[in-house]
Write a protein that binds this ligand. Structure first.
Ligand SMILES: [Fe+2]
Ligand SMILES: [Fe+2]
Length: 278
C-alpha cells in the first residue's frame, strides 16, 4: 500500500499571498510516515516564516535531503540542525565543495554558506548520510545517486566552475533527485535539474519501467537554454508519460511559458505555500 504523498513548497521564487518569495527552493514531503524536507532554501527567516504560514512545525521533520550544494538550497541547514541536533541529513559527499558562477569574468561564490558547511562538518557521526548511489529512504521514497548525463544537448544550465579562473567546469555531480512511488505512478522531485530534466526522467523510467510519471516538481533550470536545447528537450518530454508539470524556482520564464504551450491543462507552476496530495 503506497500513499498518500503530501507536498508543500516552503521556499520558491514565487509565493502565494501570506508567503515570502526568495530565489531558493525547499519543500516538505510526507509519505510512509516520514516527514522529509527536500532542500532548505536560501534564507533561514524565509523558510521559518513560510513554514509558520503553512502550519508546518520544522522541529517535527525526520530527515533533510539536499539536492545539491548551491547556496539557494542549503541556507537553512544550521537552523534545522539547531532545532533537531539528531536530524539525519542525506546528500552527496561533494556537496560542500567551493563553486562559482562566472559571468563577464566576474566570479560569484555560489557554494553553500560557510555556516551551513560548518554545521554539516560538525554533525554527529552517523547522522550524515553520504549518497553516491540510489538509496531507499523508506518503502516508497527513493533517493537517486548522481544521474547519468546521457543527452548530448543538456548541460548544467549555467556558467558554473570550480575555480575563479573558469578553468574547471562544475558538472554538479553532487545532484540528487527524490522519487516517490505510488500505486498509480511516480512523483519526481528535483531541486535545479542541473543533470538535465530529460536525463532525470529517462533515469526515472529506467528505475520504474512502464510506470506513469504522475508529476515532476522542482526547478528545471532552462533559463539559459539555447533554442536548440529547448527544441530537443520538448521533443523528448513530449514522448514521456508525464501527467503534470510543476515548474518551480529556476525553471525560467520562457521555459515555463513553453510548458504551458506544449502541455495545456497539465501545468501548475510552483510557489511557496502551494500544496499537493497524490
Ligand atoms: Fe537553485
Ligand atoms: Fe542549483
Amino acid at each position: 500500500m503506497s500513499g498518500p504523498l503530501r507536498i508543500v513548497i516552503l521556499s520558491d521564487n514565487q509565493a502565494e499571498p501570506g508567503f515570502v518569495p526568495e530565489h531558493g527552493f525547499a519543500m516538505l514531503i510526507e509519505m510512509d510516515q516520514r516527514r522529509i524536507l527536500f532542500d532548505c532554501g536560501k534564507n533561514t527567516c524565509v523558510l521559518a516564516a513560510n513554514a509558520d504560514a503553512a502550519g508546518v512545525d520544522l522541529s517535527g521533520i525526520d530527515g533533510l535531503v539536499l539536492s545539491h550544494g548551491h547556496y539557494d538550497h542549503t541556507g537553512g541547514i544550521p537552523h534545522l540542525l539547531e532545532l533537531i541536533p539528531t536530524l539525519p541529513v542525506y546528500c552527496h559527499p561533494d556537496i560542500r565543495q567551493t563553486r562559482y558562477s562566472i559571468r563577464e569574468a566576474k566570479p560569484k561564490d555560489i557554494s553553500m554558506p560557510p555556516e551551513s558547511s560548518y554545521a554539516l562538518e560538525k554533525m554527529p557521526a552517523g547522522n550524515l548520510h553520504l549518497v553516491e548511489e540510489p538509496l531507499q529512504l523508506s518503502k516508497n521514497l527513493l533517493l537517486s545517486g548522481p544521474i547519468p548525463r546521457l543527452t548530448e544537448y543538456e548541460d548544467t544550465g549555467g556558467p558554473f566552475y570550480l575555480d575563479t579562473g573558469a578553468l574547471q567546469a562544475d558538472l554538479l555531480n553532487d545532484e540528487l533527485v527524490l522519487l516517490c512511488s505510488l500505486a498509480e505512478g511516480i512523483v519526481v522531485c528535483t531541486g535545479c535539474s542541473h543533470s538535465g530534466i530529460v536525463n532525470i526522467l529517462h533515469w526515472t523510467q529506467k528505475r520504474f519501467p512502464g510506470q506513469n510519471i504522475l508529476a515532476v516538481i522542482g526547478g528545471f533550470h532552462l533559463g539559459n537554454a539555447s533554442a536548440e536545447r529547448m527544441h530537443k528537450t520538448f521533443d523528448a518530454l513530449r514522448n514521456l508519460p508525464v501527467r503534470q508539470w510543476i515548474p518551480c524556482h529556476c525553471t525560467g520564464e520562457a521555459a515555463s511559458a513553453a510548458f504551458f504551450r506544449e502541455f495545456p491543462g497539465q501545468v501548475c507552476p510552483g510557489a511557496a505555500g502551494r500544496r499537493w496530495e497524490f
